[in-house]
Design a protein around this ligand. Structure first.
Ligand code: V47
Length: 378
């Protein structure tokens, strides 16, 4: 392979390339330059260097099912097209029995990860979740329960009259095994007041993630980009995640497993009605993946979330720092109500073909990145 420096066109990137080769940590200013430079292929080459060091030619995916138990939400996120207020004809909350029936459908056979996030619905309290998790685990013991954004944990603990720790203890005893990374949006407090009115501040998200890590519950992390934020907000967001991961790992916990950049979907939501916000472009999406791989030196996996950036771009993202394409998903709603044009799910065969054709080795994983020798019988 050509030396890294020969693939860099913007000379300002050369000191960053030296740091990348030496495995040195990048700074806030480095992050700004990675966003500012027009040399995207140079940024991608550096990210690919790190990706190869950490994950070789491996590209992970999981047989997963996405499900939202309610769309009723008392917070007011301007970017969200999924939420419904009580009394809205489209408002719903699923019972445990309805969720089990959904999971019994043939298309869900073989699924290893159930990823559930939803609105903030004050009618759902800790006993609802305990009952739901126990019933799912009794019927499908092999399914890993990945549930609650950090904001949901904080909210559902409060409406249950419990501390977040007590709420987590009860949910973990009932079967909760990890948490997805949603709800982080963008940490900058001024922006949060504009895009997620009524949502708790960034520190609540970070403190709740730290608590999950201390309790041995792995989580993912995300960043919503491509709306009204600027490069400095994104660098700030990524470095706050890196700081927390440092603290979790220093204390001996696994912490964040994966970072997922979430490309803003701009239809049917108040944020895009109030501002002119274009769909994110391919270069913007690739740059997010690459910058994340370079700045988040302590988070093992970076996901190319095909639902929001398209399966085709997810293939290319594998050479820009990503090592995971998320999963089969089956029935995605949050991005699709906000205009995503991608399929609602992909088959295991589709994911393997996408990965192989991009030149990588597809590896089916479980939620904790253990892999399987034999393909699962779906
Ligand atoms: O929490 C809401 C965001 C999240 C929009 O952890 C939007 O493995 C873009 O968290 N445009 C849900 N984003 C998705 C999510 C996720 C996805 C894939 C993998 C993982 C993981 C987590 O999507 C929400 C919110 O932060 N969101 N509306 C929108 N219009």
């Amino acid at each position: 392979m050509l030396p890294l420096a020969s693939r860099i066109r913007d000379p300002r990137l050369l000191p960053i390339a030296d740091k990348v080769l030496r495995g040195e940590r990048l700074t806030f200013e480095d992050g700004l330059l990675l966003y500012e430079t027009s040399d995207l292929t140079g940024v991608g080459a550096m990210a690919n260097q790190v990706r190869t060091r950490l994950n070789g030619r491996r590209a992970y995916y999981v047989l997963s099912r996405r499900l939202s138990y309610t769309n009723v939400c008392y917070t007011h996120c301007q970017f969200c097209a999924f939420q419904a207020k009580p009394g809205d004809p489209k408002a719903y909350a699923l019972s445990a029995e309805e969720i089990i029936r959904e999971l019994e459908k043939p298309e869900t056979a073989g699924v290893r990860e159930l990823h559930m996030t939803s609105g903030h619905n004050p009618k759902l309290k800790v006993d609802y979740f305990e009952d739901l998790f126990r019933k799912i685990k009794a019927r499908f013991p092999a399914i890993h329960l990945k549930v609650f954004t950090m904001m949901e944990l904080d909210y559902y603990a409060r409406v249950s009259g419990l501390s977040t720790e007590a709420f987590l203890d009860r949910c973990m005893a009932a079967g909760l095994e990890s948490c997805p990374g949603g709800g982080a949006e963008i940490f900058d407090e001024t922006l949060r007041e504009q895009i997620c009115i009524g949502k708790k501040d960034a520190q609540v998200w970070l403190d709740t993630a730290a608590l999950c890590h201390r309790k041995g519950l792995p989580t993912n992390c995300t960043m919503l980009y491509g709306h009204i934020e600027e490069a400095r907000h994104r660098v700030d967001h990524l470095l706050r995640l890196r700081d927390l991961q440092d603290r979790s790992q220093a204390a001996g916990y696994e912490g964040f497993l994966a970072f997922v950049p979430l490309a803003y979907q701009n239809e049917d939501n108040e944020l895009s009605a109030a501002h002119t916000i274009h769909e994110t472009t391919g270069t913007q999406d690739l740059r997010e993946i690459a910058v994340a791989r370079l700045l988040l030196d302590n988070i093992p996996h970076i996901k190319a979330y095909w639902v929001m950036i398209s399966p085709g771009l997810a293939q290319i993202a594998l050479s820009y720092g990503a090592d995971d394409v998320d999963g089969t998903i089956i029935a995605e709603e949050i991005a699709h109500t906000a205009g995503a044009k991608t399929p609602q799910g992909l088959s295991q065969g589709d994911l393997e073909r996408l990965i192989r054709e991009a030149g990588y080795e597809p590896l089916e994983r479980d939620n904790l990145y253990h892999t399987f020798e034999e393909p699962a019988t779906a």
